[in-house]
Design a protein around this ligand. Structure first.
Ligand SMILES: [Fe+2]
Length: 322
C-alpha cells in the first residue's frame, strides 16, 4: 500500500498511452516512467481512460498486464481502466493501412474485443458492481467514500456514421444501467467520478496548425454522440468530475455546469518529449487537480484551471443549460 499522503484520496489520471511495441517508438519506457512517478507521488489509485494500446495487439495487452502486475497495480483498489477505440480497432500504422483500415474495422468482432480487454485487466473489475451480467460496463466501485463509475463509449464500426472507428456514444442500455448504479450508491459516497474515453470539449480551430480540412475531419470523426442526456444524468446525480481522454490535450474545463478533466496528452501531447499526469486530490467533497508536466528531467506542477479558482473561492459555477 502507498504511504498516506496529505489528502484523503489521491487519484492519478492518465490516458491514451498508445503502447505499440511493433513499431520503434512504442512508449514502453514512457509508460514505465509514468507508473514509477505516480507511485513516487503516493497516489492511492490510478484511473486510465482508454487507448492503453495503439493497435489493439494481443502482445501489447500482455506487456501492459505484466507491467501493472510488476508495479503491484493489478487489483481493483489500485487501478481502474476503461476501453478506448484503439483498444478495439487499432489504428492506421502505415500508408497502406489507410486503404485497408475500413475493411479491418468491418471484420473486427466488437464484442469479442471488449471481452478481451476486460479479461486482460480482469482483476481491476473484481470489486465492482454491474447491472448487466453480459458486460463489465458500466461498472461502479467504492473506494472509501469515493464512487468510481466506468463507461464504454466505443461504438461499432459503420461506413456511414463511424468511418474512422473513432466516434462514440453511450448506449441507452448503458445509460440506464449507470443511472441505476448511481441511484443505488450515490448517497453512500461523498465524491462521485465518471471514467469514459471520449471527450466533451469543444474543438477550437488551432491557428498553429495549418490544415483546417484535417481539423474539420478530426472534429467530425472524434465525436461523442448524445451528450445532452449525459449532461442531464451527471447533473441529476451531482457528479463531481468526469475523467476522460481521446482528444490529445490535458486540461480541466466546464461544460453545461459539469466539471471535466482530460488526460489525453499523457504521452501524445503537442511536445513529444513531454509527459502530463493529472492528480485528482480529494479531501471531504472538495477536489483539487494538479497537472504534473515531466520534461527533460524537470517537473513542473501547476494547478488545473478551475482548481486554482476554486481554492480562492472565487468561482461562480455556471448553471447547467440543456
Ligand atoms: Fe481514442
Amino acid at each position: 500500500m502507498p504511504q498516506k499522503n496529505e489528502y484523503s484520496m489521491k487519484i492519478a489520471h492518465i490516458s491514451d498511452l498508445h503502447l505499440n511495441t511493433f513499431y520503434s517508438n512504442s512508449y514502453f519506457n514512457e509508460i514505465k516512467i509514468i507508473l514509477k512517478y505516480i507511485l513516487s507521488q503516493k497516489a492511492d489509485h490510478i484511473a486510465i481512460t482508454g487507448d492503453l494500446t495503439d493497435n489493439a495487439a494481443e502482445k501489447d495487452f500482455e506487456i501492459l498486464r505484466n507491467l501493472f502486475n510488476g508495479f503491484g497495480l493489478m487489483n481493483s483498489e489500485r487501478l481502474s481502466v476503461v476501453i478506448g477505440n484503439h483498444d478495439i480497432f487499432g489504428g492506421v500504422q502505415t500508408a497502406e493501412d489507410i486503404l485497408s483500415f475500413p475493411g479491418k474495422c468491418m471484420d473486427t468482432d466488437y464484442s469479442a474485443k471488449v471481452k478481451r480487454f476486460t479479461d486482460y485487466f480482469r482483476e481491476t473489475f473484481s470489486k465492482c458492481v454491474f447491472k448487466n451480467d453480459e458486460s463489465y460496463f458500466p461498472f461502479a466501485k467504492i473506494l472509501d467514500d469515493v464512487l468510481l463509475t466506468g463507461l464504454n463509449s466505443i461504438i461499432p464500426y459503420s461506413k456511414l456514421t463511424n468511418p474512422f472507428a473513432s466516434n462514440g456514444e453511450i448506449s441507452l442500455d448503458q445509460f440506464n444501467s449507470l443511472n441505476s448504479l448511481l441511484d443505488d450508491f450515490s448517497e453512500f459516497c461523498k465524491t462521485k467520478l465518471v471514467l469514459v474515453h471520449h471527450h466533451f470539449e469543444k474543438f477550437k480551430p488551432d491557428s498553429s496548425r495549418s490544415n483546417s480540412l484535417f481539423q474539420n475531419i478530426e472534429k467530425q470523426t472524434m465525436k461523442l454522440r448524445k451528450k445532452k442526456r449525459l449532461y442531464e444524468l451527471f447533473d441529476k446525480h451531482k457528479i463531481d468530475l468526469v475523467l476522460h481522454g481521446h482528444y490529445h490535450n490535458s486540461a480541466e474545463y466546464m461544460r453545461k455546469g459539469i466539471r471535466f478533466l482530460n488526460a489525453g496528452a499523457t504521452i501524445k501531447g503537442r511536445n513529444l518529449n513531454e509527459i502530463n499526469i493529472n492528480f485528482v486530490n480529494i479531501e471531504e467533497n472538495k477536489i483539487k487537480i494538479d497537472i504534473h508536466k515531466l520534461e527533460n528531467n524537470t517537473i513542473k506542477i501547476k494547478p488545473a484551471f478551475l482548481s486554482d479558482l476554486l481554492a480562492q473561492n472565487e468561482i461562480k459555477w455556471p448553471q447547467p443549460k440543456f
